[in-house]
Design a protein around this ligand. Sequence first.
Ligand code: NAP
Ligand code: GDD
Length: 311
Amino acid sequence: MPKALVTGITGQDGSYLAELLLAKGYQVHGMIRKASTFNTERIEHIYQDPHDPAARLFLHYGDLANAEQLTNLIYNVRPDEIYHLGALSHVKVSFDIPEYTGDVTGLGTTRILDAVRRSGVKARFYQASSSEMFGSAPPPQSETTTFQPRSPYAIAKVYSYWMAVNYRQAYGVFATNGILFNHESPRRGETFVTRKVTRAVARIRAGMQKKVFLGNLESKRDWGYAPEYVEAMWSMLQRDAADDFVLGTGESHSVRELVEEAFGYAGLDWHDHVEIDQGYFRKFVRPNEIFFLLNFSDAGQLAGDLIEDRR
Ligand code: NAP
Ligand code: GDD
């Protein structure tokens, strides 16, 4: 029976992937964080009592910030495949806690890769890389596009990407990067824009709230469907050799289109319910644009003042 270790098993992708692996006959080991509230809602339907001799899903406490636990887990489980999906995955939040993002989303990957190397376990490794790494590189982006990350999250992911490549080249670890564009589902975290909008539409329709506050309606995303994307993750680890792959739909839509579609579907006019809150704009959207113009004029003014002084 093949064995898989999944970090981030309580997340959107982790829960779909665990379902898929169980259906394929794997024994699945998931790492979960200790929280004061239940964080296993997405995997409750596949939970199995570990006392049951037929159980194939096992959960272990651990944290990506803790190398010792990761090393023990890999050494004890000796997985055939590791799907590293755990991360602080919210781009906006990564601006608020950049150091933590670097530790968990960046260094967490190195901790796993190095545990694989040192343990000698011949596990195939999947790194959950992201289209966010392309940042300001002009679309359409592909495997050959140079990364131009624009958030602490994206920068941590670029570091992880290169660590996976490095462990592949330096130590022969079967380390594959899946660079995935956005993918959504009913299990998407409720602070990401698709669930935030659809949840708000349902609550507004039910009379439970009147407004929803959103950020940049003009930004565009290539949105796919999460259950299909986890199948691709599995396929990437079944290949003869490790490599780097980009996965998207090739179609992109604006947040405004999403809002129009979702409110329209419920028979609501979004203009009556959506308000813009600048706080939800990404840092690189606002200060970078304004900063550049301010700097330019400041620099011009400063140069003029200096010339005046010298005269
Ligand atoms: P998600 O729903 O936010 O799930 C993240 C998972 O990571 C959760 O299980 C979370 O545990 C866990 N986690 C966070 N911090 C941790 C820590 N310090 N130690 C251990 N576990 C920790 O993310 P997702 O949408 O499923 O995405 C899966 C992966 O793919 C992420 O790495 C994400 O960055 C990447 N990715 C996602 C997309 C997308 O569109 N969904 C696209 C490209 C790449 P808790 O449940 O306890 O919070
Ligand atoms: N979250 C959020 N909340 N986003 C908003 C809002 C809002 O109120 N209003 C507008 N947006 C815009 C964001 O500015 C962004 O351009 C777009 O909606 C999508 O935002 P998110 O759903 O938060 O996703 P993301 O694209 O930033 O990041 C997701 O996809 C990445 C892959 O490209 C995450 O899943 C990342 O982990 C993943 O790597």
